[in-house]
Design a protein around this ligand. Structure first.
Ligand code: AMP
Ligand code: ZN
Length: 114
């Protein structure tokens, strides 16, 4: 399978890592949309959030990912808040088809998003 985030997860492509453990990886986005813009991914390939199921394995993995957000935000100094975004599918403007959460911070976010 030709997936750029799988290649980043298995080390074939280098990334600027912020956090890594057995199950997840966080690295800086190549085209930052805020002073802090990192991506949090499960190392396991899911095409999008729509591919996540109610299996115990998927629940454990996604729960693990969410439980590490505060560890990542603390390490990035986002004590004033942040936005966590998961672009999904065509209408969500998802361009990389490997589940990822954008974590954006260090600027005031607008609402509604574009
Ligand atoms: P999305 O549009 O939600 O699918 O977001 C994909 C994100 O991945 C974009 O913000 C890109 O800038 C980012 N991106 C694509 N390739 C890389 C890469 N090799 N390293 C870091 N970020 C990347
Ligand atoms: Zn992948």
């Amino acid at each position: 399978m030709d997936c750029i985030f799988c290649a980043i997860a298995n080390g074939e492509i280098t990334s600027n890592k912020v956090y890594e453990d057995e199950e997840i990886l966080c690295f800086h986005d190549l085209e930052p949309q805020a002073p802090v813009h990192v991506l949090i991914i499960p190392k396991k390939h899911f095409e999008s959030l729509e591919a996540v199921t109610e299996s115990a394995e998927d629940k454990e993995l996604l729960g693990h990912l969410m439980s590490k957000v505060h560890v990542i935000t603390e390490s990035l100094g986002l004590e004033n808040g942040y936005r966590l975004v998961c672009n999904t599918g065509e209408d969500g403007n998802q361009t990389v088809k490997h589940l990822h959460f954008h974590l954006l911070g260090k600027r005031k976010m607008a609402w509604p998003p574009g």
